[in-house]
Write a protein that binds this ligand. Structure first.
Ligand SMILES: [Zn+2]
Length: 166
């Protein structure tokens, strides 16, 4: 049975609700270090400091700061040193993983971080399956439809909780 999606009006309401809370979270552009094989992300200041430290340990190392733009990620990055949220855009896979996380562990509408994460999820895949999308197989189609069912069911429960409070 097909899940009924929440209305456009409710989608807009939720996006405004999530945006207002997301705006309270500080974030920085994502940076990383070339020629260091640790694969960590940093804010600009921490990246500079880390490079200085690496150069001390290995004066011949060719470490450069890289990044500074919004890249597509499978998981939301945080600065390895200070923990600040780094700007990013989720891949479809990343959106699925993060949504699953909320379904399993719960969503807290009072948490600015949860609101920001759900907004990132919505920005990645939208509210509805893309009509023209061609699926490679039945499994992929089911997974996609299940994703949107889960999204709308979660958002419906969030709307009920927001309405209780107002
Ligand atoms: Zn930092």
């Amino acid at each position: 049975m097909k899940t009924k999606y929440i209305s456009k009006k409710d989608q807009n309401r939720l996006e405004e609700f999530f945006s207002a809370r997301s705006a309270k979270i500080e974030s920085e552009p994502e940076h990383w270090i070339t020629n260091s094989n640790e694969g960590a992300s940093y804010c600009y200041d921490c990246c500079k400091k880390k490079i200085a430290q690496l150069k001390k340990e290995n004066p011949h190392g060719d470490y450069e700061i890289d990044g500074g733009w919004v890249s597509e990620v499978e998981a939301t990055p945080f600065c390895e040193t200070c923990g600040i949220l780094l700007d990013s855009s989720l891949t479809d896979y990343g959106a699925r993983v993060e949504l699953k996380n909320f379904i399993e562990c719960g969503f807290d509408p009072v948490s600015d971080y949860d609101c920001r994460a759900l907004l990132d999820i919505i920005n990645a895949c939208g509210w509805e399956p893309w009509e023209e999308k061609i699926y490679r197989n039945e499994h992929e189609k089911e997974r996609d439809l299940k994703y949107f069912d889960d999204l709308h069911n979660l958002c419906r429960s969030i709307l009920e909780r927001i309405d209780d409070k107002t």
